[in-house]
Design a protein around this ligand. Structure first.
Ligand code: S3P
Length: 177
Protein backbone atom coordinates (compact mmCIF):
# COMPACT_ATOMS: atom_id res chain seq x y z
CA UNK A 1 0.00 0.00 0.00
CA UNK A 2 1.52 3.22 -1.08
CA UNK A 3 -1.07 5.95 -1.03
CA UNK A 4 -3.68 7.42 1.25
CA UNK A 5 -7.08 7.84 -0.35
CA UNK A 6 -9.86 9.91 1.16
CA UNK A 7 -13.41 8.91 0.29
CA UNK A 8 -16.80 10.15 1.40
CA UNK A 9 -19.81 12.25 0.48
CA UNK A 10 -19.53 15.86 -0.74
CA UNK A 11 -18.80 18.25 2.09
CA UNK A 12 -17.23 15.74 4.46
CA UNK A 13 -13.87 17.54 4.24
CA UNK A 14 -11.88 15.31 1.87
CA UNK A 15 -10.01 18.13 0.12
CA UNK A 16 -9.19 20.22 3.19
CA UNK A 17 -8.21 17.23 5.29
CA UNK A 18 -6.30 15.66 2.42
CA UNK A 19 -4.21 18.77 1.85
CA UNK A 20 -3.35 19.07 5.53
CA UNK A 21 -2.62 15.35 5.86
CA UNK A 22 -0.26 15.50 2.89
CA UNK A 23 1.53 18.44 4.50
CA UNK A 24 1.98 16.47 7.72
CA UNK A 25 3.45 13.53 5.84
CA UNK A 26 5.43 15.73 3.44
CA UNK A 27 3.72 13.95 0.54
CA UNK A 28 2.15 15.38 -2.60
CA UNK A 29 -1.57 15.98 -2.62
CA UNK A 30 -4.01 15.46 -5.48
CA UNK A 31 -7.71 16.15 -5.60
CA UNK A 32 -9.36 14.23 -8.44
CA UNK A 33 -11.79 17.10 -9.17
CA UNK A 34 -8.96 19.63 -9.50
CA UNK A 35 -6.96 17.31 -11.71
CA UNK A 36 -10.01 16.81 -13.95
CA UNK A 37 -10.49 20.59 -14.12
CA UNK A 38 -6.83 21.00 -15.02
CA UNK A 39 -6.86 18.36 -17.73
CA UNK A 40 -10.11 19.49 -19.34
CA UNK A 41 -9.62 23.18 -18.69
CA UNK A 42 -13.23 23.29 -17.51
CA UNK A 43 -14.77 23.50 -14.07
CA UNK A 44 -16.65 20.47 -12.79
CA UNK A 45 -19.87 22.46 -13.10
CA UNK A 46 -19.08 23.30 -16.74
CA UNK A 47 -18.30 19.68 -17.59
CA UNK A 48 -21.65 18.58 -16.16
CA UNK A 49 -23.48 21.42 -17.89
CA UNK A 50 -21.87 21.15 -21.30
CA UNK A 51 -21.14 17.44 -21.57
CA UNK A 52 -23.13 15.68 -18.84
CA UNK A 53 -22.23 13.41 -15.95
CA UNK A 54 -21.16 10.51 -18.19
CA UNK A 55 -18.33 12.59 -19.60
CA UNK A 56 -17.31 13.70 -16.10
CA UNK A 57 -17.19 10.09 -14.92
CA UNK A 58 -15.03 9.06 -17.84
CA UNK A 59 -12.56 11.90 -17.15
CA UNK A 60 -12.62 10.84 -13.49
CA UNK A 61 -11.87 7.24 -14.44
CA UNK A 62 -8.79 8.29 -16.41
CA UNK A 63 -7.50 10.51 -13.60
CA UNK A 64 -8.02 7.77 -10.99
CA UNK A 65 -6.14 5.28 -13.12
CA UNK A 66 -3.21 7.66 -13.42
CA UNK A 67 -3.09 8.71 -9.78
CA UNK A 68 -3.40 5.12 -8.51
CA UNK A 69 -0.12 4.29 -10.17
CA UNK A 70 1.78 6.86 -8.16
CA UNK A 71 3.37 6.29 -4.78
CA UNK A 72 3.20 8.15 -1.51
CA UNK A 73 0.57 10.63 -2.43
CA UNK A 74 -2.63 11.66 -0.70
CA UNK A 75 -5.65 11.51 -2.99
CA UNK A 76 -8.93 13.25 -2.24
CA UNK A 77 -11.62 11.67 -4.38
CA UNK A 78 -14.94 13.16 -5.46
CA UNK A 79 -18.06 11.95 -3.67
CA UNK A 80 -19.03 9.66 -6.53
CA UNK A 81 -15.58 8.33 -7.47
CA UNK A 82 -15.68 5.08 -5.54
CA UNK A 83 -19.13 4.13 -6.80
CA UNK A 84 -17.37 2.79 -9.87
CA UNK A 85 -15.94 -0.60 -8.83
CA UNK A 86 -13.01 -0.09 -11.22
CA UNK A 87 -12.06 3.11 -9.40
CA UNK A 88 -12.39 1.42 -6.02
CA UNK A 89 -10.23 -1.48 -7.16
CA UNK A 90 -7.46 0.71 -8.55
CA UNK A 91 -7.37 3.01 -5.54
CA UNK A 92 -7.61 0.28 -2.89
CA UNK A 93 -5.01 -1.91 -4.55
CA UNK A 94 -2.37 0.70 -3.95
CA UNK A 95 -3.77 2.71 -1.09
CA UNK A 96 -5.26 2.84 2.36
CA UNK A 97 -8.88 3.91 2.06
CA UNK A 98 -9.93 6.45 4.65
CA UNK A 99 -13.59 7.38 4.87
CA UNK A 100 -14.78 10.77 6.01
CA UNK A 101 -18.31 10.78 7.29
CA UNK A 102 -20.60 13.69 8.16
CA UNK A 103 -24.24 14.08 9.04
CA UNK A 104 -26.54 15.52 6.41
CA UNK A 105 -27.01 18.60 8.62
CA UNK A 106 -23.26 19.22 8.82
CA UNK A 107 -22.91 18.74 5.06
CA UNK A 108 -25.70 21.13 4.19
CA UNK A 109 -24.45 23.80 6.55
CA UNK A 110 -20.95 23.53 5.05
CA UNK A 111 -21.78 23.43 1.36
CA UNK A 112 -25.55 23.72 0.92
CA UNK A 113 -25.25 27.38 -0.12
CA UNK A 114 -22.45 26.82 -2.65
CA UNK A 115 -23.10 26.47 -6.37
CA UNK A 116 -20.14 24.40 -7.49
CA UNK A 117 -21.68 20.94 -7.02
CA UNK A 118 -24.12 19.97 -9.76
CA UNK A 119 -25.48 17.04 -7.74
CA UNK A 120 -26.46 19.25 -4.80
CA UNK A 121 -28.86 21.38 -6.79
CA UNK A 122 -32.00 19.39 -5.98
CA UNK A 123 -34.28 19.57 -2.94
CA UNK A 124 -33.08 18.36 0.45
CA UNK A 125 -34.94 15.03 0.12
CA UNK A 126 -32.98 14.21 -3.03
CA UNK A 127 -29.66 15.04 -1.39
CA UNK A 128 -30.60 12.91 1.63
CA UNK A 129 -31.52 10.03 -0.67
CA UNK A 130 -28.17 10.26 -2.47
CA UNK A 131 -26.37 10.44 0.89
CA UNK A 132 -28.20 7.34 2.22
CA UNK A 133 -27.69 5.32 -0.95
CA UNK A 134 -23.98 6.00 -0.95
CA UNK A 135 -23.20 5.14 2.66
CA UNK A 136 -22.67 1.47 1.81
CA UNK A 137 -19.82 2.37 -0.54
CA UNK A 138 -18.06 4.63 1.96
CA UNK A 139 -18.55 2.03 4.71
CA UNK A 140 -16.01 -0.23 2.98
CA UNK A 141 -13.16 2.12 4.00
CA UNK A 142 -10.32 0.76 6.14
CA UNK A 143 -10.91 3.47 8.70
CA UNK A 144 -13.58 6.14 9.06
CA UNK A 145 -13.66 9.45 10.87
CA UNK A 146 -16.88 11.31 11.61
CA UNK A 147 -16.01 14.91 10.80
CA UNK A 148 -19.42 16.41 11.71
CA UNK A 149 -18.27 18.00 14.96
CA UNK A 150 -14.52 18.18 14.41
CA UNK A 151 -12.10 20.75 13.07
CA UNK A 152 -9.47 19.90 10.46
CA UNK A 153 -6.66 19.38 12.96
CA UNK A 154 -8.73 16.95 15.00
CA UNK A 155 -9.58 14.91 11.91
CA UNK A 156 -5.98 14.88 10.64
CA UNK A 157 -4.64 13.89 14.07
CA UNK A 158 -7.14 11.07 14.32
CA UNK A 159 -6.01 9.72 10.95
CA UNK A 160 -2.33 10.07 11.83
CA UNK A 161 -2.88 8.31 15.16
CA UNK A 162 -4.66 5.45 13.41
CA UNK A 163 -1.90 5.15 10.80
CA UNK A 164 0.65 5.11 13.62
CA UNK A 165 -1.11 2.12 15.19
CA UNK A 166 -1.14 0.12 11.95
CA UNK A 167 1.02 -2.97 11.71
CA UNK A 168 2.70 -4.05 8.50
CA UNK A 169 2.64 -0.59 7.05
CA UNK A 170 6.02 0.69 6.11
CA UNK A 171 5.15 4.30 5.48
CA UNK A 172 3.00 4.53 8.59
CA UNK A 173 6.24 4.92 10.51
CA UNK A 174 6.24 8.47 9.15
CA UNK A 175 3.06 9.06 11.09
CA UNK A 176 4.60 7.58 14.23
CA UNK A 177 7.62 9.91 14.20
C1 S3P B 1 -19.59 14.47 -6.90
C2 S3P B 1 -18.81 15.09 -5.97
C3 S3P B 1 -17.95 16.23 -6.28
C4 S3P B 1 -17.57 16.19 -7.77
C5 S3P B 1 -18.78 16.09 -8.63
C6 S3P B 1 -19.60 14.85 -8.34
C7 S3P B 1 -20.45 13.33 -6.46
O1 S3P B 1 -16.77 16.18 -5.50
O2 S3P B 1 -16.71 15.10 -8.02
O3 S3P B 1 -19.54 17.26 -8.43
O4 S3P B 1 -20.88 12.53 -7.30
O5 S3P B 1 -20.66 13.20 -5.24
P1 S3P B 1 -16.70 16.52 -3.91
O6 S3P B 1 -17.11 15.28 -3.17
O7 S3P B 1 -15.30 16.87 -3.69
O8 S3P B 1 -17.65 17.64 -3.68
Amino acid sequence: MQNIVLIGFMGTGKSTVGRRLAQSLAWNFFDTDYVIEDVTNLSVTEIFRRHGETRFRSEERIVVKRLSQQERIVIATGGGTVLNPLNWEALAKNGIMIGLHASIEAILSRIGHKHNRPLLKGPREEIEKLWSERQKYYAKADFTVDTSQKNIDEVVNEILAWLGRMDNCEFCRVAKD
